[in-house]
Design a protein around this ligand. Structure first.
Ligand SMILES: Cc1cc2nc3c(=O)[nH]c(=O)nc-3n(C[C@H](O)[C@H](O)[C@H](O)COP(=O)(O)O)c2cc1C
Length: 368
């Protein structure tokens, strides 16, 4: 069948070819036990892998225990963490060949917090709070812990943790790594003048603020097999006049491109409390500008909820990939509907086959 839809056209990232441009955006599930994946992950990842999306990216996964956002966040800092995730992947991969990425993360000064909807803000000492660290001793906001300003030795330890997590990800068969350098977590904090007022080679100019995130990128890329792709999620803006601006993100993307980054996933915010003009496609202009001015492939994300909206973003050259978050949780078969609307084909488990051929649309192919 001839497919005209951009959304349902394949996309190559090194040795990995995605069946379509739909990516399940990383979403914390707050369901891990000391960083180990639980049965919920089997349910969640299983559901997302049978959704028809071309790529699933596992939630922010801490490279160090102290780098978790919440006590319930997933990790890859230990062999136990890797074994738990490996067994989840073994279960879900019996039924799906969709590639699986992982978002490697360190929460920095925004670690040690409550799960959303369960509590608010940072944990108290009595709730098991742990010390946090960041580029500078600047708290995220009033009432948040003052982070320890990282020494060069602290930075080396964190880089080693990224490398160990990368090797574990490879050993358990992960297909792609995305570095989390957005939303005010550690790498994002280094990039942002709102969180970084260092006077050494890691603060001040943009070149200096990019140094640590780029060192992490180089170390991870060096430990990750040549044929496997690697991307970075960054902020297109901090939504603050003194924070990261899109021009900074363009410069970061250029530096990443020169180092062999395969795509940049463009999000925003999280380095401060800010008024964000949330609305349909509100972050897409940043993805577009970064793509045009850096030449790096971009993933657009944020309030992309309609198939034609996604198609327009791709067909007008604003991005190469579409990240979908909440709409996938709301309807885990969102890609089926998109395929119906746009005339594409998606993978469907044979068990669900009879439900996937509504409206006289040609039957999608069967995964298993
Ligand atoms: C429950 C939930 C958890 C999230 N966890 C992460 C995460 O682990 N890493 C990340 O970069 N973004 C995370 N996000 C942000 C999403 O990946 C996405 O960028 C955001 O929800 C905007 O896309 P959407 O409008 O399609 O939901 C999370 C969002 C939600 C709703």
């Amino acid at each position: 069948m001839k497919i005209d839809s951009c959304l349902f056209s394949p996309f190559a990232l090194r040795n990995l070819t995605l069946e379509n441009r739909l990516v399940v955006s990383p979403m914390c599930q707050y369901s891990a036990d000391d960083g180990c994946a639980s049965s919920w992950h089997t349910i969640h990842i299983g559901s997302m892998l049978s959704s028809g999306a071309g790529l699933f990216v596992i939630e922010a996964t801490a490279v160090e225990r102290r780098g978790r956002i919440t006590p319930q966040c997933l990790g890859l800092w230990s062999d136990e963490n890797a074994a738990a995730l490996k067994s989840v992947l073994a279960a879900v991969r019996q039924y799906s060949a969709v590639p699986v990425g992982v978002q490697l993360s360190h929460a920095g000064r925004k670690a040690s917090t409550h799960r959303p909807f369960i509590g608010k803000g940072p944990l108290k000492h009595s709730e098991g709070a742990w010390p946090v660290m960041g580029p500078s001793a600047i708290p995220f906001a009033e009432g948040w812990p003052v982070p320890q300003s990282m020494s060069l030795e602290d930075m080396r330890v964190v880089i080693d943790a990224y490398v160990s997590a990368t090797k574990r990800a490879d050993e358990i068969g992960i297909d792609l790594i995305e570095l989390h350098a957005a939303h005010g977590y550690l790498l994002s904090a280094f990039l942002s003048p709102l969180a970084n007022d260092r006077r050494d080679a890691y603060g001040g100019s943009l070149e200096n603020r990019m140094r640590f995130p780029l060192e992490v990128f180089d170390a991870v890329r060096g430990a990750w097999p040549e044929g496997k792709p690697m991307g970075v999620r960054c902020n297109g803006t901090d939504w603050h006049p003194d924070g990261i601006q899109v021009e900074d993100a363009v410069a970061f993307a250029r530096a990443l491109r020169d180092r062999g980054c395969d795509y940049i996933d463009v999000s925003s915010g999280g380095n401060c409390y800010a008024k964000v003009p949330v609305g349909p496609s509100y972050q897409v202009p940043f993805a577009e500008q970064i793509r045009k001015q850096s030449g790096l492939s971009t993933m657009a994300v944020g309030m992309i909820t309609e198939p034609c909206q996604a198609e327009e973003i791709l067909s007008t050259g604003k991005a190469d990939l579409i990240g979908i978050g909440r709409a996938m949780l709301n309807n885990p078969h969102w890609p089926w509907r998109a395929a119906e609307t746009l005339g594409g084909q998606v993978g469907v488990p044979w068990q669900y086959y009879r439900a996937a051929t509504r409206n006289g649309v040609p039957p999608p192919y069967v995964v298993n």
